[in-house]
Ligand binder design. Structure first.
Ligand code: SAH
Ligand code: SF4
Ligand code: F3S
Length: 474
């Protein structure tokens, strides 16, 4: 269970990454990533593009020639963090005038030229669909000009670029299956920063999964803002040669990837309650290597709030989706996202969120208080009128219930045995390893002579709110 800035990569926020580069490299790159898994996945594309240009990476920004921040705009706090970081990097520039600083990602797209002109914080501004242009933009900057490319594309999926795997445990990897978002949830900045939704050729997705298997990876997470609306249509895009898959939806894509290897675990994020079909759940049930875990953000438990949020479903519809999951896969973990204090939210509406949480018993939740974002539907249409103190109090109510739910979900696992994919050492001790169950629960256990990437059966003996503790059995 996490609060504050999303996501599973929370521990990786702002992390410096290393790019594999040719020995002839001359310039040094320091690249830091913020935000969601999509952004981390994009950084792997950027790393690949720049490695080909001979950039040698460094974890030491003092010695770098180019600093790039891949940024997030989802909440005001995410942008404040980046601004502070940019200010401190600008101090370095005073000592080293040749240092170039660039902003990539969602904040680049949202702020555009103003980051260069008004705030004078950076030399380079590049939006999420313009990374192929990075080499020439950098050249332009090196020639003394500031440069910006924030054009959004209806086609770009970077399908042909082989990502450089970063922050890498050699076990799990991201595969981006689509980009952008066509849902206009009224609170959300993503449609403005990431542009129109487009799906990636399924053959290139399957090829990337096969390549990862050949390199020894054991788990892939298929990424999209709304994976359930994944659709590849042969007649529209025409360049698929394999006539056995004329149109592919998400349920079919899941099966195609699952068939790559029974040893490869498949995860995916994010599902949307209005679009998640029973076919997707059935595909999961059919393949043992598709993990029994669905992230299904509810945002609010009240139908009027959901309407104002423009989410396209009601409380009852959401509950029906949960019932379907539990019916088809009885032991499936479900997590969610919740926003407290959205515009006009009454105490009754908040209580409905709490009662839904009690009913659904989510395994995990990512919980936030509402942060108004410029240009969104909510900003134009509604007043951000729930006082901050109330938003925060409601967030505390939500966190309290989730802690209870997470603990009770974990307690139910005690005495059971789960197959665990080993990811590495536990955070607390080099004598312990950690890994995840199919339900995405983190398990720690004594290391013996085991290695990351191995599957082991672990008997769960005890737990905390966030972790299962057990021992490997034969
Ligand atoms: N595509 C995903 C969500 C991406 S953003 C989906 O539709 O579920 C991740 C989460 O950030 C959202 O689910 C929401 O809970 C939260 N979020 C988005 N905009 C927000 C805002 N303006 N204020 C607070 N939280 C927000
Ligand atoms: Fe934002 Fe809604 Fe799209 Fe998710 S589905 S990225 S919340 S607009
Ligand atoms: Fe943030 Fe952009 Fe992801 S706004 S959450 S980095 S899509």
């Amino acid at each position: 269970m996490l609060t504050g800035e999303k996501i599973i990569d929370e521990k990786r926020q702002g992390e410096a990454i290393i790019v594999n580069t040719p020995i002839t490299a001359k310039r040094k790159l320091y690249l830091e990533s913020y935000g969601c898994q999509m952004n981390f996945s994009d950084s792997e594309i950027v790393a690949s593009i720049l490695a080909k240009e001979g950039f040698e990476s460094t974890r030491d920004y003092f010695s770098s020639d180019l600093i790039l921040l891949n940024t997030c705009s989802i909440r005001e706090k995410a942008e404040l963090t980046v601004r502070n970081r940019l200010r401190s990097f600008n101090e370095l520039k005073k000592k080293n005038p040749n240092l170039l600083i660039g902003v990539l990602g969602c904040m680049a797209e949202r702020m555009k030229e103003s980051l260069l002109e008004q705030e004078k914080l950076v030399d380079l501004v590049v939006g999420p669909d313009a990374y192929r242009d990075l080499p020439s933009l950098i050249q332009k900057v090196e020639g003394g000009q500031k440069s910006v490319n924030v054009l959004l594309s209806r086609e770009e999926t970077y399908a042909d670029i082989s990502p450089v795997r970063l922050g890498d445990n050699g076990v799990s990897a991201f595969i981006s299956i689509m980009r952008g978002c066509d849902n206009m949830c009224s609170f959300c900045v993503v449609p403005f920063t990431r542009g129109r939704e487009r799906s990636r050729n399924p053959l290139s997705i399957v090829a990337e999964a096969k390549d990862l298997v050949n390199k020894g990876y054991k788990e892939v997470t298929l990424l999209g803002q709304n994976v359930d609306s994944y659709r590849w249509n042969i007649s529209k895009k025409g360049d698929i040669q394999d006539a056995t898959i004329p149109t592919t939806n998400f349920a079919q894509l899941l099966e195609l990837v699952a068939e790559v290897s029974p040893e490869l675990r498949i995860r995916f994020s994010t599902s949307h309650p209005k679009d998640m079909t029973d076919d997707v759940i059935r595909s999961m049930a059919k393949h043992k290597n598709i993990c029994n875990y669905i992230h299904l953000p509810v945002q609010s438990g009240n139908s009027d709030v959901l309407k104002r949020m423009n989410r396209g479903y009601t409380r009852e519809w959401y509950m029906d989706r949960i019932k379907s999951i539990r019916n088809i896969i009885p032991d499936c973990a479900i997590s969610t996202d919740i926003i407290t204090g959205f515009c006009d939210e009454t105490d009754f509406e908040h209580q409905e969120t709490l009662s839904l949480m009690q009913w659904a018993e989510f395994d995990y939740a990512y919980m936030f208080f509402y942060s108004e974002r410029p240009k969104t539907l909510a900003q134009r249409k509604y007043e951000d009128n729930v006082p901050l103190i109330t938003k925060k109090q409601r967030l505390q109510d939500v966190i309290k219930i989730q802690q209870k739910n997470s603990l009770s979900c974990n307690q139910k696992s005690i005495g059971k045995t789960y197959e665990v994919l080993i990811e590495g050492f536990s955070k607390k001790s080099k004598e312990m390893l950690c890994g995840r169950t199919t339900k995405n629960a983190m398990v720690v256990f004594p290391k013996k002579d085991l290695q990351p990437g191995q599957y082991v059966n672990v008997l769960i003996e005890s737990c905390t709110v966030g972790t299962l503790i057990g021992k490997v059995i034969d």
